[in-house]
Design a protein around this ligand. Structure first.
Ligand code: FE2
Ligand code: FE2
Length: 339
């Protein structure tokens, strides 16, 4: 909590706020309500904590200003319940008390600021301004962070479509791998941010195909060993393409490692076990399951049952057991009809 300080108050900003004002003393309430209504977008008034809580539950407010000692329900009990309900809404307490007991309760409840009675209206305005500014800046920051994230996701999705347009056999492959990898990661209980990174990495895991000649990509029938070696370069090449972008997730690593296998038999580096990043181990399983259940120029779709039999048979050999188990769970939950 604060002691009041002087601050330059942006009155235009105040005009955008809705305020819940709770005070039992009629005289104080009338005077202060009049004052507040000239400065804020909306001011609703209650005579005790219980009434205040009812108003708050119905409407929600940007800020709450309350007296402490009131009949029916006191200001701190109301503040406690408001904070429980919506922790981010600032509560400013107007009080004549100075006792330790009150301060302890106020801290416990999470009161943001206090203003001493009799109220100096300008100090009250300052306190409201300071308490709400922080929240609004946080909100603005969160909105712009989300906007950047959305743009990034859309850019990656566009890149994904560009690769798939060129290599028509991968039609929607990456998108479908991304959906499954995301579901597996969620099933594994990974954090939201990490899940997003896995999804985005999966969405462009085959970006390295851009450096593989189109005739190899669309060739029907089996590839000869030279062609196969060229195909295999896509993992390393993809990692190179994205390597310089400082993503908040290990996107380039996912791309580079998505053909590595648990027993070290994969490529390009022959990494083993946990040397392969978890994100890539997840994408690897999703990739195999999607690829086997879909049509390819050189073969018909093998079907989901064959794909799941493959990961089950190689659980702990080619693929991370925990990832395989979660993939099987995801598939069972969707009656093997995931896409
Ligand atoms: Fe690949
Ligand atoms: Fe793939």
């Amino acid at each position: 909590m604060n002691s009041p300080e002087t601050a330059a108050v942006d009155t235009n900003f105040l005009h955008t706020l809705s305020v819940l004002y709770v005070e039992d003393e009629e005289e104080v309430r009338t005077a202060l309500t009049k004052f507040l209504r000239r400065r804020f977008h909306r001011v609703d008034v209650a005579e005790n904590g219980s009434q205040g809580l009812e108003l708050f539950r119905g409407d929600g407010y940007d800020v709450v200003v309350t007296d402490v000692k009131m009949p029916v329900m006191d200001g701190l009990e109301m503040a406690r319940q408001i904070k429980f309900y919506r922790e981010e809404v600032p509560v400013i307490v107007v009080t004549a008390y100075n006792e330790t007991d009150y301060f302890l309760r106020a801290i416990e409840v999470g009161v943001d600021r206090y203003v001493k009675k009799p109220v100096d209206p300008n100090l009250l305005i300052e306190a409201i301004y300071k308490a709400t500014q922080v929240r609004f800046q946080e909100r603005e920051l969160e909105i712009s962070r989300q906007r950047i994230l959305d743009t990034l996701t859309q850019t990656i999705a566009a890149l994904s479509r560009a690769i798939e347009k060129r290599a028509s056999y991968t039609d929607s492959h990456q998108k479908r791998v991304a959906q499954l990898a995301e579901a597996i990661a969620q099933e594994m209980g990974r954090e939201k941010e990490q899940v997003l990174g896995i999804k985005l990495g999966a969405l462009i895991h085959d970006i390295g195909f851009i450096s593989v000649p189109a005739e190899i990509l669309v060739k029907p029938g089996r590839l000869d060993p030279t062609e196969m070696a060229i195909i295999k370069t896509h993992a390393h090449e993809g990692g190179e393409i994205l390597g310089d972008i400082d993503f908040p997730w290990p996107i380039a690593t996912i791309i580079r490692q998505h053909h590595e296998r648990w027993d070290g038999s994969g490529y390009p580096e022959g990494l083993k076990g946990e040397e392969i990043t978890l994100e890539a181990r997840i994408v690897a399983v999703a990739d195999v399951v999607e690829a086997m259940s879909s049509h390819r120029p050189y073969r018909a779709a093998l079907g989901i049952d064959a794909a799941l039999a493959e990961i089950q048979a190689n659980r702990g050999k080619l693929y991370d057991s925990a990832v395989v188990d979660c993939c099987l769970k995801v598939m069972e939950k969707n009656n093997r009809n995931f896409w």
